[in-house]
Design a protein around this ligand. Structure first.
Ligand code: ASP
Ligand code: MG
Length: 448
């Protein structure tokens, strides 16, 4: 098997023509890069989500459409408005208009996904032209032919076997001829209806294609020089990490690090694909390599934070003598497809935390779940928490590892703690208004 690299460029990396040219140089500089996955240009998906979900007047809809078209038109103009590209972009604009004004758009998840797909379909069209103009033969390829998913619009679950089959059949034969530029985030179900993989899903697309095509590496190009010890917006003492293990990266993505979509590490792990994260603006600065084994396995690698957590406590005196109670609780949670992060139990109660981003599908699901739970037992819901997680190695097997963490947090009330289920993390539920401080103090103790 020849060596193959997949390069993915995020929204800010393809925000305009100049940014796209940086990306094109990165592609040209690595002859192993034969597949490129792009996000929609920065801001475009947010506009599309607004069009898909908000009740608006015709004039308001047109204003949002114009915002999107201005971004795309500016790139087209900088490319010298080649007729072929202009024509295709125009066709996408027409679809955008039609869907945004569709009378059922607010009710139909299938239409929403077609609307959302337009962002990546426009950016991939324009980016392949950028490559061609730099004398790098490139083709724009419709990801829906390969990224096969189930029919859960808005959150399609990829079908790994079908993706491998389609990629081998439709993509592999093309790679010697051209660099294939395709859309992140977008897929289709078995009846070829457009689906999407959930917000931020382009990283996942890149990893899925890397898996399907037996690539050795997958590069995620973004606007930061790799994964940091913590979010640099919380503390300017955060610094980039040269290496991370798959396990650590998966914990970090799950527990709130924004650089990678949480599912990205799953295909990488299955096929042992090395993942690189770096900045398309400053590729020379290097970035973070994520691999199965790292040179070092420090106790503390990074701190992440996930906002908008809700803590749900279910109680019943019956629990004392009722061994089936926990399974009833979890059956309800499973029925609503909710994943629970932290769990603690006492004799008559169980507390757990769930993700509760405001105005999300998730928030609605949580409400329905809580109602169902109320039919079974007493339920107390507490809002306003954030989850802070220290990610590292061998955290539960050596003396003193946790005490340094607790020392750093002695001034804060810890509502809930999760420790020991896994050697790679220790998580705390803290008051949302304190979480910045908690992260800063931990960072100081563990990394400065
Ligand atoms: N454009 C999509 C989003 O903003 C997917 C992605 O960028 O990864 O969520
Ligand atoms: Mg992204």
């Amino acid at each position: 098997m020849n060596q193959l690299n997949i390069a993915k460029f995020g929204g800010t990396s393809v925000a305009n023509h100049a940014a796209m040219q940086n990306c094109a140089r990165i592609v040209k500089n690595n002859p192993l890069t034969r597949v490129v996955v792009v996000s929609a240009s920065a801001g475009v998906t947010n506009c599309l989500v607004e069009l898909a979900n908000t009740e608006m007047t015709t004039a308001q809809i047109d204003t949002v459409i114009k915002q999107i078209e201005d971004i795309e038109q500016a790139i087209l103009r900088d490319l010298g408005s080649p007729a072929m590209v202009e024509e295709k972009l125009q066709a996408l604009f027409e679809q955008l208009h039609e869907l945004a004004h569709h009378e059922e758009i607010l009710q139909r998840p299938d239409l929403k996904d077609i609307l959302l797909s337009v962002g990546e379909r426009m950016s991939s069209l324009l980016f392949s032209e950028v490559l061609n103009q730099l004398d790098c033969t490139a083709d724009n390829f419709d990801a829906r032919k390969v990224i096969k998913t189930d029919s859960q619009f808005g959150q399609g679950i990829p079908n790994i076997e079908r993706i491998a089959e389609q990629a081998q059949k439709l993509l592999s034969p093309e790679l010697a001829r051209a660099v294939i530029v395709t859309q992140g985030f977008v897929g289709s179900d078995e009846s070829d209806k457009t689906t999407t993989l959930g917000r931020g899903g382009s990283d996942y697309t890149a990893a899925l294609l890397a898996e399907a095509l037996d690539a050795q590496t997958c590069e995620i190009w973004t606007d930061v020089t790799g994964v940091y010890t913590t979010d640099p917006r919380i503390t300017d003492k955060a610094r980039p990490l040269p290496e991370l293990s798959f396990d650590e990266a998966a914990e970090m993505a799950t527990f709130g690090a924004k650089v990678l979509h949480p599912a990205t590490m799953v295909p990488a792990l299955r096929k042992n694909i090395r993942v690189f994260v770096g900045s398309s603006k400053e590729p020379e600065k290097g970035g973070t390599w994520i691999a199965k084994d790292c040179q070092q396995q420090p106790h503390y690698r990074a701190i992440t934070r996930r906002k908008d957590q809700v803590m749900v406590t279910v109680k019943t005196p019956k629990m004392l003598y009722a061994p089936g109670f926990l399974s009833e609780i979890f059956a309800i949670i499973a029925k609503h497809n909710i994943s629970v992060d932290l769990v603690t139990t006492s004799e008559i109660s169980v507390s757990m935390t769930i993700d509760n981003p405001p105005n999300s599908v998730r928030e609605k699901l949580n409400k329905a779940t809580i109602e169902d739970l109320r039919n079974l037992c007493e339920v107390v819901v507490e809002n306003g928490y954030d989850l802070v997680t220290v990610v590292g190695n061998n955290m539960h097997s050596e003396a003193g590892v946790s005490s340094r963490i607790f020392t750093a947090m002695q001034n804060h009330n810890l509502r809930m703690i999760c420790y020991g289920a896994n050697p790679h993390n220790m998580s705390f539920l803290v008051n949302g208004s304190h979480s910045d401080d908690v992260v800063r103090e931990l960072h100081k103790e563990l990394f400065e």
